[in-house]
Design a protein around this ligand. Structure first.
Ligand code: DX5
Ligand code: ZN
Length: 210
């Protein structure tokens, strides 16, 4: 895990030209494709779901990093596995039994991710590390792209920095400057939506994060 993983968030892509916009970041050196699934309950926004993930699987070889911002994520583990998700991340705040859900994600052949919102303290995941492949630390309130990076949230990564074999991913407000702060605090995977999709030079933007 020496190299920094860059995962462009397609929330900032043009949904009418999704194939074009995914191939664009693939050609520019993206490592994963980050897909934000929102239900209008856990977060105020609604985005996309299982059928879109299935279609994306057919047009890219990159791992699909699926970020569920939904209530009752346990109901959707099998459908997302069948659709081709490689990493499935749910929110700690959305569930009562995180351990069982993490185990079920692995049993369905995916990497198990868990995310914490800005107001959640990092120690809530203590005791779960054996079941986690990825920790996603939100550096904005989940729900929308294009928000401002919260530096104090990135500092929560320090709590996890000695863990082995767990990706430490940050999501929200990442650009060349804030990526440095995130990586200094221990991040090894960076999600970026607006910064990558609004750049004139996609490859330059991705390289600047690496
Ligand atoms: C926000 C989503 C993010 C979002 C990031 O709730 O989880 O993945 O797309 O967008 P930017 O990089 O624009 O903050
Ligand atoms: Zn996300």
């Amino acid at each position: 895990m020496n190299n920094i993983i860059v995962a462009p968030s397609i929330l900032s892509a043009d949904f009418a030209n999704l194939e074009r916009d995914i191939k664009k970041v693939e050609a520019a050196g993206a490592d994963w494709i980050h897909i934000d699934v929102m239900d209008g309950h856990f977060v105020p926004n609604i985005t996309i779901g299982v059928p879109v993930v299935k279609s994306i699987k057919n047009i890219t070889k990159l791992p699909l990093d699926v970020h569920l911002m939904i209530e009752n994520p346990e109901k959707y583990i099998e459908p997302f596995a069948q659709a081709g998700a490689d990493i499935l991340t749910f929110h700690y705040e959305a569930v009562k039994n995180p351990k069982e859900i993490l185990q079920k994600i692995r049993l369905n052949g995916m990497k198990a991710g868990i995310s914490i919102k800005p107001k959640t303290t990092p120690d809530v995941l203590d005791g779960l590390y054996d079941y986690i492949d990825l920790i996603l630390v939100m550096t904005v309130e989940p729900g929308f792209g294009g928000q401002k990076f919260m530096e104090d949230c990135a500092e929560k990564l320090q709590h996890y920095k000695n863990l082995k074999n767990i990706y430490l991913e940050v999501d929200g407000g990442i650009n060349a400057q804030t990526a440095k702060i995130a990586v200094t605090n221990g991040a090894n995977a960076l999600v970026a939506g607006n910064y990558i999709y609004n750049a004139d030079d996609t490859q330059g933007a991705i390289n600047s994060l690496k």
